[in-house]
Ligand binder design. Structure first.
Ligand SMILES: Cc1cc2nc3c(=O)[nH]c(=O)nc-3n(C[C@H](O)[C@H](O)[C@H](O)COP(=O)(O)OP(=O)(O)OC[C@H]3O[C@@H](n4cnc5c(N)ncnc54)[C@H](O)[C@@H]3O)c2cc1C
Ligand code: FES
Length: 323
């Protein structure tokens, strides 16, 4: 029997060389499609990254499926909740996945309860935020939005700068592992409030790809300030605000549930059936897809005869769904 640790180090080295060559070649890659396989992993390490952020290292019995910066996992929690978490470690280390999770609600609180040695199931990795070759990069991270950007900064083979904003220094995890000369921390409480678009984009020049991950107002302010035609890439961790929505009624097993103009069908269903499962709340994971029994929808991602409760709206006054 060979030494398994040595075998993994060899795998990491070969994978590393291939991945570096791919980045240098500047090839633009298509995002990875959704991956449905379940991987049974073990929590190898738990770290406190900030007062409300825990870092987990997940390890498997052998080399794990490859990923590229911007990818995330679906983490299936012991309660059955499924939540997405961006991979923030080194893609060249095929023996482990690293994630960092801020405590917000039920799912993330459960993640904070995991301990070294606990088994977990993950699906993926899936990439909806692909990292493409550019002359230079400006990474704009809001709070825990640093996770995909930390992996990108580590993988960048051209010039880059990262601005990390948050309410205070304690809310800025993970940037300490990156080249400090390229990282600017900007806590709101030391600057009298949130950063303006001008501050965030300071020093930006044409040819610089801007990658932004943070709260929706931060993404919106940068998107509006970017010059049209220049590369801007953003990922959000929470649902997009509903703009121009019309109210409608959901018929849930004969019960009429009103959906206000500014709320999703999922929000409305959860008021009467709090156990209905959801995950990404952005239309891509499929967890909230249920049968559409009558009526038509718009903005839907679920396919014929189904409705994605988190994003779809009725095309008319009402729709009937089956739960
Ligand atoms: C592609 C993707 C990648 C993600 N990567 C990460 C990551 O690396 N680290 C991480 O901590 N989270 C990440 N998230 C968010 C994560 O999947 C969960 O949504 C988050 O942990 C909250 O789940 P919960 O069950 O704790 O809260 P829930 O019970 O689902 O929500 C509780 C309340 O908090 C609000 N809320 C949910 N998320 C946020 C948020 N981020 N900020 C403010 N309010 C929020 C909800 O609207 C709700 O009102 C990612 C999400 C996506 C879609
Ligand atoms: S919760 Fe993911 S598609 Fe609706």
């Amino acid at each position: 029997m060979g030494d398994p640790g040595r075998t993994m180090r060899r795998v990491d080295a070969v994978v590393g060389l291939t991945a570096r060559l791919a980045v240098r070649s500047g090839r633009r890659r298509r995002p990875a499609p959704a991956v449905d396989r379940d991987l049974r992993l073990t929590v190898a390490e738990v770290r406190a990254e900030a007062p409300d952020v825990v870092g987990l290292t997940l390890a498997g019995p052998g080399p794990l499926p490859a990923w590229r910066p911007g990818a995330h996992l679906d983490l299936v929690l012991p309660s059955g909740l499924v939540r997405q978490y961006s991979l923030c470690g080194d893609p060249l280390r095929r023996s482990e996945y690293r994630i960092a999770v801020r405590r917000v609600g039920a799912g993330s609180t459960e993640v904070h309860g995991l301990r070294a040695g606990d088994p977990v199931t993950v699906r993926g990795p899936r990439n909806a935020f692909p990292f493409v070759a550019a002359e230079r990069y400006l990474f704009l991270a809001g709070g825990i939005g640093i996770t995909p950007l930390a992996a990108m900064a580590r993988a960048a083979t051209t010039d880059w700068r990262l601005v990390h904003v948050g309410r205070d220094r304690a809310s800025l995890p993970l940037s300490s592992g990156l080249d400090p000369a390229r990282v600017s921390l900007r806590p709101d409480n030391e600057h009298g409030g949130p950063a303006s678009a001008g501050e965030l984009l300071e020093g930006w020049t044409p040819g610089t790809a801007v990658y932004c991950c943070g709260p929706p107002p931060m993404i919106d302010v940068v998107r509006r300030a970017m010059l049209a035609g220049h590369p801007f890439h953003a990922e959000r961790f929470s649902p997009p605000p509903i703009r121009g929505g019309r109210p409608f009624v959901l018929d849930v097993d004969g019960v009429a549930v009103p959906v206000p103009a500014d709320r999703s069908a999922l929000d409305a269903v959860l008021t009467v059936r709090p156990e209905v499962p959801y995950s990404c709340r952005q239309g891509f994971c499929g967890t909230c897809h249920v049968p559409l029994l009558a009526g038509e929808t718009e903005h839907d991602t679920a396919g014929p005869g189904r409705i994605a409760l988190c994003v779809a709206r009725a095309a008319g006054e009402s729709v009937r769904i089956g739960l």
